[in-house]
Design a protein around this ligand. Structure first.
Ligand SMILES: [Zn+2]
Ligand SMILES: [Zn+2]
Length: 194
């Protein structure tokens, strides 16, 4: 069993983030076994995070016409000109998984949250997002049930006080990004409050 925060933005890699790696190291809850960094259109690992003492994996948050998509298990990011279906296909072609982020969030502009458009696409999971109010996360859970795909959880932290809200409980121990992808593909995971 492992608990992973699947959605974190770092300073200098995501324009919107003030969160430094050292702050994560000092402030991350000891209930969390690992984190996944998901900066916008960047998937390259940061070596300085190797000494964190918890597992650190790298995914990316990709903008599509319909909304933000979290990608795990990719080694390169798609071009910014692909449509939603093409982005998901790009992720799947690399053996990765595509997750609809902050699905019904009213805090995000229309182009960032997919809402019911999610039903038109082949997603592998739906995110329960720590920066989104409960009633909107509930709608995301219902969508996951209808689509028969798992939920994952992430804080979407952009600053230190946004950490430790939601994570993903994986039934199996998570040692790297491949374990994360496998856990989602086999539906052996669910979002949980930290
Ligand atoms: Zn987003
Ligand atoms: Zn984000």
């Amino acid at each position: 069993m492992s608990i992973i925060d699947m959605h974190i933005h770092l300073i200098n890699r995501s324009r919107c983030s003030k969160l430094a790696p050292e702050q994560i190291q000092h402030s991350i809850s000891n209930r969390i076994d690992g984190i996944c960094i998901t900066d916008h259109f960047i998937v390259a690992p940061l070596r300085s995070l190797n000494s964190f003492g918890i597992e650190v994996a790298f995914g990316s948050e990709i903008s599509s016409v319909s909304g933000h998509i979290l990608a795990y298990g990719i080694t390169s990011v798609p071009s910014k000109h692909l449509n939603t279906k093409e982005v998901i296909k790009f992720i799947h072609n690399q053996g990765g998984v595509a997750v609809a982020a902050h699905l019904y969030s009213p805090n995000h502009v229309t182009q960032e949250s997919m809402k019911d458009d999610v039903f038109n696409y082949e997603f592998d999971a739906i995110e329960i997002n720590g920066s989104v109010a409960k009633k909107y996360n509930k709608l995301a859970r219902i969508a996951a049930q209808i689509m028969d795909i798992p939920t994952i959880g992430g804080s979407d932290a952009h600053s230190v006080n946004q950490l430790n809200t939601f994570g993903t409980l994986f039934k199996n121990p998570i040692k790297n990004i491949h374990d994360i992808v496998k856990g989602i593909k086999t539906k052996q995971c669910r979002a949980m409050r930290i």
